[in-house]
Structure formats: C-alpha cells, structure tokens
Design a protein around this ligand. Structure first.
Ligand SMILES: NC(=O)c1ccc[n+]([C@@H]2O[C@H](COP(=O)([O-])OP(=O)(O)OC[C@H]3O[C@@H](n4cnc5c(N)ncnc54)[C@H](O)[C@@H]3O)[C@@H](O)[C@H]2O)c1
Length: 541
C-alpha cells in the first residue's frame, strides 16, 4: 500500500499510524495473501478471521434480506455462538434470497411485509425478553420498532432512522426542516425520555456511515492530540503551557468534545470515494449502486443537512435553521445529490462529493459540542462528502434528468465488480496539524476474500453491525444509543478485521489547494485565505 505524499509528514512517519486500527492477530490468515493473486472478479475461497465467537442465548430476528443483510448473514453464521434454529430472516421481496449456508445451519426465512397494522402480530410470536431485533429495511418506522422493543424487553439495532412509507415521499411538498433527520432524532429523543436510560439497548444508525465514522472520529482526535503533544516540530507554533495541560487532561479523560475544541478542529467531512466498477455497464433507464438504491434515492433527493460549526461566519444560500433541541444542524433547501463540496481521501486524492444528509452529521456535531450554559461555545461543521461509483453518478444524473424519478430497473453490483475500493473515513480539518484522515480502504479483492460474493461497501456496513451486536450483548441495558455512545475501541476490535487497511494519517490538503477553476480570475470568486475553513469555501455548486 503506497501512502500519499501529504506534505505534512514523510510517508514513513505516517505509516506508523497506518495499521493502527487493525488489531494484531485478527487479520486474515495466510490464505489471504495467496488469494490476493486472483483476478478481481473470480470468486475467492473463504478465509477465516481469528475472532472470538459472540454468545447469544435468545432469538434473533433479522428484518430485510437486501444487500447489507446478505453480507451480514455469513458473518452471523461465522461469529454468533447460538442455536441457529432461533434465527429468522424476514423480507417481502420475491427476489430476496437468504444465505444458503445460514439456512442449512438451521435458520429460517419468512416472506412477509411489515406494516403499521401487522407489526405487533409479526414481532410478538418471534421475539421476547433478551432477544435481538436487527433491522436492515428502509420503510419501517424506527421509533415504532424501538417502542415495541422497549415494551417487550428486546434489544434493537439498525443502520438508519426511517419512517413508514418514507422512501418515495414527496420532499418538494413539505417544508425542508420538517423532513430532516434532525426532526427524526428529536422525535426519538422525546420517545426515549419515556423509556428510561437503563431500558433494553437500542442502537440506531450503526452501519459504516452513520456508524463507524463516529468511532474513527474519536481515533482521529486521539491521534491528532497525541501528535500535537509528542511531535512539536509538526506544529506551526509551540503549544502554550495552559493549552498543553488542557489537551493532556482531555486525552486522559477521553473527553472528545474538549479534544476537538483544544485541537481547534473546525470541519469534519465524512469523505468517501467508491471506485468499484462492473464488467456490466449501466444501461439506459437503470440505476446501479453498491448498496440500497431505495435508501440512496430517499436520502439523495432529501434536503442537504449538516452540523453547523461555531466558526462559520455566514449561512449559505437556502439555509434553514431549527427552533428546538440543540439546534446544531442546518438544512439547505436543495437536494443533497445536487450539493457538491470539495473534499479529500488518501488514495483518491481531491474529490467532489455530495452533501447527502446522514445521521452522523447530527450525532458527531452534537457529541462534540462544548456548551457554555445554553450557548454552544464550540462545535465543528460536520457533513458527508460522498463520491459514489461512476455507475451511481451516471444513475443520479439520469434520475435528475427525469425530474428526480427513480429508474424502474435497479441493480446492486456484486459478482460483476472487476476492480476498485471503497475508501471511507473522516477528514478532520483546521486544527494545528492542518488535516487528518482516519478510515477504511477496503478493496473488492479483499472484501471477496473475507466474504465471498459481497462488495466492499456492504462489508464495511455489515462489519459495523456485527461490532454493534457484540457490544450490545455485553451492554444490554443502555437504552437508546447512537454510535457515539458506544465504546469505539470495542466496536473496532470486532469490525476491524473486515475493513481492509485502516490508516490514521495527516494531510496538508485544503479546499483552496487545488481549486483550478478556469474562470476564477474573471469572476473573482476565489475565497479569501482567512476563509479557508468556511463551508462556502468547500461548496462548488
Ligand atoms: N449506515 C450505513 O452505513 C448504511 C449503509 C448502507 C445501507 N444502510 C441502510 O441499511 C438499510 C438496508 O440497506 P440495504 O442496502 O440492505 O437495502 P436493500 O434495499 O438492498 O434491502 C432492504 C430490504 O428490506 C426489505 N424491506 C423493506 N421494507 C420492508 C418491510 N416493510 N418489510 C419487510 N421487508 C422490507 C426490502 O424488500 C429489501 O430487500 C437501508 O435502510 C439503508 O439505507 C445504511
């Protein structure tokens, strides 16, 4: 793996951080390196990952048998220590096919659609106290599922906060703020206030992003603060003793909000570039993606949403704010799929990604806020900068051309992928070291070696669900949790072996570094240097 030349430190130094998140002894066996010689689209032999098995006494109901669920099923078979006759997979779609090995091992499959009317009857016979509900669908109301789980002593985990029949909702007919994830989180909080803090653990939004990115943010903040303390030569100016003492205290207490404030982190991008390509080109009238097309369409056509930092001097055009709750987010009256920002990933370099709304923009910015009474003293700007596959980009363009109507034909890439990687992480900017990226660089070869017939994107998500399940079973009475509430080291220890190389490295990239817009001299639109970390300096359209 070649490290990028970031300009901030020599690659050899950065390499010290590079394998940090890969727990020793958890990597793939030797079979892995031999399998690495195969061509990308050949099915790989299954490799074993040295991991303790996760004991589960009760039943497990897995809702959804789509792309993430199909990737999770072999992991459940591999890692759960349970009577598999107690595991049921449920999906309404005729095309949904559960993992054959899991079924052979005793699990069962039910073809059924959950609706508000039949939810109670569907869950009642299948779940009870101590059992686990894993929700990987897109149109069942998260709040209703958690309410039911709380009432029946059931543990709950999902990868996104959803509403009934939300996927094809008409965003244009509603006030932008009313359809935000912010409003959904406020509703969940209101419900959680009635559940008590020690109820059955219910973890929401624990996939790759939202999910792993909250944990990587903590790793990045720890690494930035450590580097600032132990490698003073990297700093533009020496730390004054008082600030040094505050950094040391925040590190010792694992107080990540104070770490973010004391490192002077201003912006956090969830930066992702997915370079997976298929040997089957996208056809006209077809939407091609590496994960849920319904889920992507829903969030892509919704308003762009972002955590709004205290360093920001002016709201961008079309911004709307909220009137209740922590008010840590704004939304823009434009679809996330049409809102582009400059960002950066280590292998892919500078990218233009979309500010697609995601739960982590809410939870990370909320958890990193330092309050002065009811006034936010410090908060970073947090948002997604998503560059999906070339096929997905072409699919979005076609969807936009037809008035944001989803194509009838849809395909999730799997065995047809010939090369590429999903490079997903967090990019922390504006602190004393400039920039820092922490995340996963999982390529299709390694993904297939780890879990045959799956792609890099779904494996990052499924590994995270597995990590959350392991944590929940050890912490069954935590009530409602977002990823930021979980122990990041415990989750990454379980998920890490499935994530490929996980660097945590500095970068000197800034949004002004490689602008190169041909007519900037004429339009005078280049931001001033002192505005480098303002949201509008990242925004391209
Ligand atoms: N946090 C993350 O990193 C992350 C990443 C990818 C996907 N996701 C989310 O995870 C969920 C699953 O993603 P996916 O890629 O597997 O999606 P998918 O579309 O491939 O599969 C979802 C499955 O759920 C089934 N389903 C939907 N509503 C149902 C209902 N009411 N009753 C029964 N079955 C129902 C569908 O038939 C489908 O097979 C989506 O909500 C998606 O947005 C989160």
């Amino acid at each position: 793996m070649n490290l990028p030349s970031t300009g901030a430190v020599p690659a050899s130094q950065a390499a010290a951080h590079f394998t940090k998140l890969r727990a020793s002894g958890h990597g793939p066996t030797d079979e892995h390196s031999a399998a690495g010689q195969r061509s990308a689209h050949q099915p790989a032999t299954r490799v074993t990952v040295a991991q303790p098995r996760i004991p589960l006494q009760g039943r497990l109901l897995l809702l959804g048998c789509g792309s993430v669920s199909r990737c999770l099923q072999p992991l459940l078979l591999r890692h759960l220590d349970m009577d598999l006759a107690k595991l049921t997979v449920l999906d309404f779609d005729d095309r949904a096919t559960p993992d054959a090995d899991l079924m052979e091992a005793g699990a069962s499959f039910v073809r059924h659609r959950i609706t508000p009317e039949n939810m109670d009857a569907t869950l009642r016979g299948r779940l009870g106290p101590g059992d686990l509900l894993v929700n990987l669908t897109w149109d069942i109301d998260t709040g209703d599922l958690i309410q039911w789980s709380q009432d029946h002593g059931v543990l709950y985990v999902d990868t996104s906060v959803e509403l009934w029949d939300n996927t094809f909702a008409d965003h244009a007919a509603t006030d932008p703020t009313d359809r935000t994830l912010y409003v959904r989180h406020m509703d969940l909080r209101r419900r959680a206030a009635t559940w008590g803090h020690r109820g059955p653990t219910a973890v929401v939004e624990h996939g790759a992003n939202p999910g792993l990115v909250s944990h990587w943010t903590k790793v990045a903040l720890t690494d930035i603060a450590t580097a600032m303390l132990v490698e003073p030569d990297r700093l533009p100016a020496p730390l004054d003793p008082a600030r040094r003492a505050r950094l040391v205290a925040a590190l010792a207490e694992a107080d990540f909000a104070r770490l973010a404030m004391e490192t002077r982190t201003k912006v956090i991008h969830i930066s992702e570039r997915d370079t997976q390509i298929s040997d089957r080109p996208k056809e006209v009238g077809e939407f091609v993606n590496t994960w849920s097309i319904a889920g992507f369409f829903e969030e892509g056509t919704a308003t762009a949403e972002l955590g709004w930092g205290t360093h920001e001097r002016r709201l961008p055009p079309g911004a709307h704010t909220h009137t209740d709750g922590p008010r840590n987010q704004i939304c823009l009256a434009r679809p996330g799929m049409d809102t582009y920002v400059r960002s950066w990933v280590p292998l892919g370099g500078q990218i233009e990604g979309m500010v697609i709304r995601h739960g982590e923009a809410f939870t990370i910015s909320d958890h990193l806020t330092v309050w002065d009474g009811d006034r936010p003293r410090y908060r970073p700007t947090v948002h997604y900068a998503y560059l999906p596959t070339d096929a997905a980009m072409a699919s979005l363009h076609e969807c936009r051309m037809t008035g944001y109507r989803l194509q009838d034909r849809q395909r999730i890439m799997a065995d047809d992928i010939v090369s590429g990687a999903d490079e997903l992480g967090v990019l922390l900017l504006g602190h004393d070291l400039g920039g820092w990226w922490t995340g996963s660089q999982l390529d299709i070869k390694e993904a297939r070696e780890l879990v045959p017939h799956q792609n890099a994107t779904t494996l990052q998500v499924a590994a995270s669900v597995l990590g959350a399940v392991a944590w929940m079973l050890r912490n069954p009475n935590r009530g409602l949790c977002v990823p930021d509430d979980l122990d990041h080291e415990a989750v990454l220890e379980v998920a890490g072996p499935y994530l490929g190389p996980c660097p945590s490295i500095p970068t000197s990239w800034t949004p002004l570094a490689q602008r190169g817009y041909p007519f900037e001299q004429v339009t005078g639109s280049r931001p001033h240097d002192e505005d480098v970390w303002q949201f509008t300096s990242f925004l391209t359209q």
